[in-house]
Design a protein around this ligand. Structure first.
Ligand code: PT1
Length: 258
């Protein structure tokens, strides 16, 4: 899954893709590099980020989704928690709703179900603005697993087919380095009910803490974590660096299938 941030405060692109043309061009490059999903996001959810209004988020993402849809075989994903954005994105051609709040916002569960899109349910403790101030768990693996199981059950009860869902532990979302590493080591336990697991590790501060490198220097650490996640059963890997990540995962797959 390739990351396409359409935000001025994006941590990875310095706002370079605020104009629709440039965003669409970059999305097409991600697809050519081998991304099966292009994840279009207009609300930054990195630690410390403030919320954005619905009109602004719509203005950012909908033109990009409209133009990517049909221009690539990749599935267009929309990184949003807002029901209005889910509805408009689905009309514009999105096939996956990637919600870091796991459809907990008012109206989101219904909007997602009626959209016909598949859904990624992610775990987050707190809200982006404050989630890294004091993350705390008694047992991070069982708490994240229980949360994801509860949200998947809420979706099934609302009428989602199980094969339209994926779950994500939410690396860096209200978690210390130790929480993140524990979750990665125990990734297989997060989806006992057989739902595919998605992970996002690319360029995150956990990579910085492990390598000492700033955001621009985290490719090798990010690819190493992507490989580890794949070996621990992850089925979808969200990344800014699609060419490098796809190459690494293809090599791993070739060995495992040999
Ligand atoms: C993710 C994810 C996401 N991450 C899914 N969607 C982000 N499904 C946005 C840091 O510690 O992991 N899964 N959408 C980006 N969020 C972060 C969080 C970015 C933490 C950076 C950090 O640096």
């Amino acid at each position: 899954m390739g990351v396409l941030n359409v935000t001025p405060d994006s941590f990875s692109d310095g706002g370079r893709f605020l104009d629709t043309d440039a965003a669409v061009r970059h999305g097409l490059i991600l697809a050519e590099e081998g991304a099966a999903f292009i994840d279009v996001g207009g609300e930054s959810t990195r630690p410390g980020a403030a919320a954005v209004g619905v009109e602004q988020e719509l203005r950012r993402v909908i033109p990009v989704i409209e133009r990517l849809h049909g221009a690539t075989a990749a599935v267009i994903s929309v990184d949003t928690s807002k029901p209005e954005v889910m509805r408009a994105a689905a009309r514009a051609g999105a096939g996956l709703i990637n919600d870091v709040r796991a459809l907990r916002e008012a109206g989101a569960l219904d909007a997602a179900r009626l959209s016909g899109c598949a859904v990624c349910l992610m775990h987050m403790q707190g809200e982006p603005r404050t989630m890294q101030l004091a993350p705390a768990y008694e047992d991070v693996v069982s708490e994240v697993r229980a949360f994801l199981a509860e949200r998947a059950e809420a979706c099934r009860a609302a009428g989602f087919a199980a094969d339209r869902l994926t779950v994500d532990p939410g690396f860096g979302f209200g978690k210390t380095l130790e929480h993140n590493l524990t979750l990665l080591r125990h990734l297989r336990e997060l989806s006992q009910d057989g739902l595919p697991v998605t992970v996002g590790l690319s360029r995150k501060s956990m990579v910085g803490k492990l390598t000492g490198h700033p955001e621009g220097g985290r490719l090798l650490g990010s690819v190493a974590l992507a490989v580890m996640a794949a070996l621990e059963g992850a089925r979808i890997v969200r990344s800014h660096d699609v060419a490098a990540t796809v190459e690494a995962l293809r090599v791993v797959a070739a060995v495992r299938e040999s």
